[in-house]
Design a protein around this ligand. Structure first.
Ligand code: NBP
Length: 482
């Protein structure tokens, strides 16, 4: 009997996905560039299963049922192109190549188009949930050649995480690189969620002077509220974790955050598309700032250490902080969905936002109860332009406003950096202000560069230039927006 699917790449993700597929009754053929890893896998974790090995790409291709489905779980970038180049001459028209790595979506756009010309289908799929997700149920976000989806769907939906209603956290996202785009936004949102939690931690630790056991209890309590999520849950575990000397391990970890690029890509895309994705972008910058450790140490000496004590009833502050965190999180998701909406419109992807929320409901790092409410919001209005306008989320934003402003103002007053929580509030203030000071900005642009402006008392699209000083000419610059 031939194999149902082939997987190339036997590192942590590939091995665990293969074992997951095997558990669901699929016969998997496993291949890896370094052939010894095939043997190690077959004699180790895959021993006693139906998994078979292939020591060359030809052997892999020969061992698969048609149309062949070959999934790459290798390092993103050139490695994927190199495998595609080697596979294509061995494949037949109608065969399917799937890239399950963390690929930047323009690469997937390019590969879908190039392989289409050769009659090969290509799927670029986000896979989230790390090692445990891959083994027991990841969130899977596939996009690319729609003709390939019916062949891959049963396998992917079987191995994916399931919601509490047993719905698979995997569905077709859209054409081209839509799957990898949605995975990229997922990772950006993950950056935002993590940053918001760290800001609450610093406020509690430095501002309220709380112990790690106290902070752990707070996160345990928060996890019973609307903030219920995997990241809040693991934060409570981390805060309670003691090193061998009985001290909290977290305080021994160097405060410089790493990043592998997906948050940065999300920010770059937001700038390209003109979407104010302020919270996620601040989260990326917060990681950049954290990496300037030596400079920060010097600057603290130069400016003096801040006394950031927050006075007042601790319990009142903790509840205010919870509300500020929840409200900021709503803004982060609202901005992320705005970005997906713009990308969907620009690329003709026809994204189903409720389905995206459902795919993130289980298996992935940002899984949370909150995503069910997002799904409900898009069920009510599939074209919702701002998540905060949905009645459930609007209610939370309004109820949290006083506490959110109190926390933001206090953080500024005592010098606790909270870039994401404060930028979220600033965004909402801007978004809910009918008249912003951009009129003055337009006047400045016209003053120095004759860039023209529109008038509130004339139809939109009619542009004016003023000779502000009496010395300039009447010739205006070309009017366009980049
Ligand atoms: P890695 O990202 O560490 O990739 C390891 C695989 O890539 C091995 O099979 C390795 O073969 C192969 N490879 C490399 Br590296 N360079 C190669 C080359 N020049 N030619 C051929 N093969 C090469 O594995 P991973 O952490 O399992 O991740 C796989 C994909 O899934 C990545 O795109 C990753 O970004 C994504 N992802 C990872 C996670 C996670 O939590 N780790 C989560 C979600 C998505 P070798 O054994 O011969 O060196």
């Amino acid at each position: 009997m031939k194999g149902d699917i082939g997987v190339i790449g036997l590192a942590v993700m590939g091995q665990n996905l293969i074992l997951n597929m095997n558990d669901h009754g699929y016969k998997v053929v496993a291949h890896n560039r370094t052939a010894e890893k095939v043997d190690e896998f077959l004699q180790g974790p895959a021993k006693g299963t139906n998994i078979v090995g292939a020591y060359s790409l030809q052997e892999l291709v020969d061992k698969l049922e048609s149309p062949r489905k070959i999934m790459l779980m290798v390092r993103a970038g050139d490695v994927v192109d190199s495998f595609i180049d080697k596979l294509v001459p061995l494949l037949d028209k109608g065969d399917i190549i799937i890239d399950g790595g963390n690929t930047n979506f323009p690469d997937t756009n390019r590969r879908v188009a190039a392989l289409k010309e050769k009659g090969i289908h290509f799927i670029g799929s986000g896979v989230s949930g790390g090692e445990e997700g891959a083994r027991f149920g990841p969130s899977i976000m596939p996009g690319g050649s729609p003709e390939a989806w019916p062949f891959v769907k049963p396998i992917f939906q079987a191995i994916s995480a399931k919601t509490e209603n047993n719905e698979p956290c995997c569905d077709w996202v859209g054409n081209d690189g839509a799957g990898h785009f949605v995975k990229m936004v997922h990772n950006g949102i993950e950056y935002g969620d993590m940053q918001l939690i760290t800001e609450a931690y610093q406020f509690m630790k430095d501002g309220l002077g709380m112990t790690h056991d106290e902070m752990q209890s707070v996160f345990i309590e928060w996890n019973k509220t609307e903030l219920n999520s995997y990241l809040v849950e693991i934060t409570s575990d981390i805060l309670g974790y003691k090193d061998t000397d009985g001290e909290p391990l977290v305080e021994k970890i160097l405060d410089t955050a790493g990043q592998k690029g997906t948050g940065k890509w999300t920010g770059i895309n937001a700038l390209d598309m003109g979407i104010p994705l302020t919270l996620i972008t601040e989260s990326v910058f917060a990681r950049c700032l954290s990496s300037l450790k030596d400079q920060r140490v010097e600057a603290e000496e130069l400016f003096g250490k801040k006394e950031s004590i927050v006075e007042g009833d601790k319990q009142v502050w903790i509840e205010a902080l919870r509300q500020a965190l929840l409200a900021s999180k709503i803004i982060s998701y609202a901005q992320g969905f705005m970005l997906m909406r713009e990308a969907s419109n620009e690329n003709g992807w026809d994204l189903n936002y409720g389905n995206v929320a459902l795919m993130w409901r289980g298996g992935c790092i940002i899984r949370s109860a909150f995503l069910s409410n997002i799904r409900d919001a898009y069920d009510i209005d599939p074209e919702l332009s701002f998540l905060g306008s949905d009645s459930y989320f609007k209610g939370i934003l309004e109820n949290s406003m006083t506490a959110w402003r109190k926390v933001a103002a206090k953080s500024m007053e005592v010098g606790i950096p909270m870039p994401s929580m404060t930028s979220a509030l600033t965004f909402l203030d801007g978004y809910t202000t009918a008249r912003l000071p951009a009129n003055l900005l337009q006047a400045q642009r016209d003053y120095f560069g004759a860039h023209t402006y529109e008038r509130v008392d004339k139809p939109k699209g009619e542009f004016f230039h003023t000779n502000w000083t009496g010395k300039g000419g009447d010739v205006s610059s070309t009017t366009y927006n980049s």
